[in-house]
Design a protein around this ligand. Structure first.
Ligand SMILES: Cc1cc2nc3c(=O)[nH]c(=O)nc-3n(C[C@H](O)[C@H](O)[C@H](O)COP(=O)(O)OP(=O)(O)OC[C@H]3O[C@@H](n4cnc5c(N)ncnc54)[C@H](O)[C@@H]3O)c2cc1C
Ligand code: FES
Length: 281
């Protein structure tokens, strides 16, 4: 059992949990993830390792379906049955020169650990974080402390630049040389934003988020196409060269269990959840 040390609501439906998991904390590197199972009847879900502090690791998640909504009900002192990790390959961090670390929505969760390691490797680090509106923006203070420069965007203009992270990235690419970029967020955002770096020939990494089950390369559910080859995101990734990724296939495969996911959430609200049957949707 893994003890929940601290929980916090960061934005609407976005939660932060610090969980005591010494074996994960000891080995975790930027870009890696863990797979949790809350209890015996629970599903296994992958979540990025967002930060490490001593024996504890931080996860940040959006309560979108059955398991993440159940996770959101946990409080300090509660326990999580399984925490497996660190899984996946760490980010390819080297001394590139100038790096841009970009997060969109809950994808911002992955950015501080990458930005910190990139900075420690001797890079000049520019952060760009974006959300639909100011209330949904997370980890701004933390990213401001780590990055040499930080840009904010909101879709509705309620904070920072009115527009998308891709707009600010384009402006920066026009202004100065950039050597490497990480882009983490919804698949469509990663697709659009990585198309911005393509004509500039900038090395670009994205962190793919296909459905994962075992996280060890055995089940095949996380298959993605990269450079025309089939890769398993859990063991070959989750980070890949963005310009080689077939994003349309990724998005198509992400939707294949939509019916089952809806059923599972309805069942949870009818029978198990502590919310009295109300939908959180
Ligand atoms: C490597 C990796 C890292 C991730 N890191 C984060 C993170 O830091 N924060 C965060 O909020 N989300 C993260 N996700 C997505 C997260 O795993 C899903 O939101 C979660 O599994 C949803 O489960 P659910 O039961 O609440 O929702 P469901 O209703 O079951 O699903 C909602 C949506 O979540 C996705 N999803 C469902 N099951 C899985 C699964 N087993 N594996 C992957 N995606 C799934 C699907 O796109 C689905 O449409 C990550 C995914 C991957 C692959
Ligand atoms: S999650 Fe099963 S092979 Fe990757």
């Amino acid at each position: 059992m893994y003890r929940v040390e601290e929980t916090k609501l960061l934005a609407e439906r976005v939660y932060q949990i610090w969980v005591n998991a010494p074996h994960v904390a000891r080995h975790a590197r930027a870009g890696q993830f863990l797979i949790i199972r809350i209890d015996e009847t629970g599903e296994r879900i992958p979540l990025t390792i967002s930060a490490v502090n001593g024996d504890t690791v931080r996860i940040i998640f959006m309560a979108v379906g059955k398991t993440t909504q159940q996770l959101a009900t946990l409080n300090a002192g509660d326990a999580i049955l399984d925490v497996a990790g660190p899984l996946g390959r760490p980010s390819e961090i080297q001394r590139y020169g100038t790096c841009v670390v970009i997060g969109g929505g809950v994808g911002i969760a992955s950015t501080p650990i990458i930005a910190r390691e990139a900075k420690e490797a001797g890079n000049y680090v520019i952060g760009i974080i974006g959300a639909r509106n100011a209330d949904l923006l997370i980890l701004e203070d933390e990213m401001r402390t780590i990055c040499d420069e930080l840009f904010i965007t909101t879709d509705d203009g309620s904070k920072g630049t009115h527009g998308f992270v891709s707009d600010v990235l384009k402006a920066e690419l026009e202004r100065r040389p950039v050597d490497c970029t990480w882009i983490i967020g919804p698949a469509i955002m990663m697709k659009v934003t990585s198309n911005v770096t393509r004509p500039y020939g900038v090395k670009t990494f994205v962190s793919l988020n296909p459905i994962m089950v075992d996280g060890t390369g055995m089940c095949g559910s996380c298959r993605v196409q990269v450079g025309g080859e089939t890769k398993f995101a859990c063991v070959d990734g989750p980070e890949f060269d963005a310009h080689q990724v077939d994003f349309d296939l990724l998005m198509q495969r992400q939707r294949i269990y939509t019916g089952e996911e809806r059923e599972s959430l309805e069942h949870y609200h009818r029978h198990d959840c502590r919310c009295g049957g109300d939908s959180h949707e």
